[in-house]
Design a protein around this ligand. Sequence first.
Ligand code: NAI
Ligand code: MG
Length: 496
Amino acid sequence: MPSHKLPTPESTHQEAPFEVFGYAPAPESTSIVSLAERYDCFINGEFTPPHSGSYFPTINPSTEEVLAQVALGDSADVDRAVTAAAAAFPAWSGLTPGERARYLFRIARIIQERSRELAVLETMDGGKPIKESRDVDLPLVAAHFFYYAGWADKLEWAFPGATLRPLGVCGQIIPWNFPLLMLAWKIAPALATGNTVVLKPAETTPLTALFFADICQQADLPPGVVNIVTGAGQTGQALVEHPQVAKIAFTGSTEVGKIIQKSLAGRGTHLSLELGGKAANIVFDDAPLDQAVEGIINGIYFNQGHVCCAGSRLLVEESVAGILLEKLRSRMMTLRVGNPLDKNTDVGAINSKMQLEKIEELVLSGVAEGADLFQTPCTLPDKGFWFPPTVLSGVAQSSRVVREEIFGPVLSVLTFRTPEEAVEKANNTPYGLSAGIWTDKGSRILWMSNHLRAGVIWANTYNRFDPTAPFGGYKESGFGREGGLHGLLPYVEISR
Ligand code: NAI
Ligand code: MG
């Protein structure tokens, strides 16, 4: 750990170029969410106490207040859940596709009906701004269920001439940055193709998955089709190691992805991995700079930068670097950091203390390596976990903050002179999940996209998601695609 202390935001900030007007607080009411004191595992259609008898707290990271106690599932609970899912598989996969679609449509509609409740809960448990959980996460969650409901009875046309067979019990392990959305990305295609599921949510954000369990009951989903076992890494590991699991789908860190891949080696279990990223957001001198600034802001400060495809490395053409950074800083001054439940908030709380410490350590290392630090001057709440929007410029390709995934509101800035140099720098990373290109020239967009080694490339926009578009990575960002027609493939055996 470097010995440097981070300068306080006040000492680094530049004067705002104009007076930033204040907003009166506009907090979203939490009364729509009714939380129980504790939650059990959801196995075979029922909430059942964990074998260990132990529970762990999940907190609101913006207040550090305990929201509920959640079951600590162990290998016995995982075994019960997998057994239930295996027992439910013949009947579920044997339903007519139209009947399966009906369940998925029903789930999608209930999600829409309960979307305000789920959005508020997502924000309480994870710290993301309500305007994101309300306007981005929840609409996308419902859209994923609607989209895959639509495929359920059209699978014979998805891959003409091929026969698709479901795999069986799918073990799905998800992270804390988009808890309900990652659940939707996992569960919707699995069920549409006739599989049954055991899902393990992340330990800091289990609550919306447990509310989803309630939605499964509300939708009269047959018992055992969806099972949810809460817990931490060991619970996930028990799911990975269970011999009756036919497929593991994992989203999370590259480190854990590698552990899972090793543990499955030689077992023939299907696997898809969606891991980390260190995306280049590349701005050419002919780009509409104000629009690019919005894309840079969205790329790195959306969801506090807890985004695997975050545009965490800004690559800007040298001739416009000065003006772009000036515009970026003044736009950053308007970002409102604070209470995630406030409808005016742009940047919410860091998801956990552990994640905050990781961000702090990496930013300190950047400063120690000579980076210029810019942070917006904002008064951070006393309680909870917070990190101000940050830019590190003057960094080298070899710097840790350029190479490692920070997973926080921290942008590293590099410059380039030619498209070839931009491509070389962009691809100089073990990751390959996403990239952004900002330029006026269509031919350059096509040339760059052909040379960038990234699964998702946005042109003159960033962080756009749609259930019809496949998403996934290259290299250490993982393999397998989620979303779109491609998103069906990880959940079927295909024969022609
Ligand atoms: P993680 O990879 O440990 O957690 C993701 C999920 O995997 C959680 O549900 C966790 O309980 C589970 N898990 C942990 N160890 C496991 C094991 N051995 N077997 C099976 N499941 C296991 O991520 P963590 O520690 O929360 O975050 C660390 C870093 O990972 C972040 O700072 C970020 O850089 C990266 N990350 C990337 C994500 C992405 O979407 N690509 C999501 C979350 C974290
Ligand atoms: Mg929590």
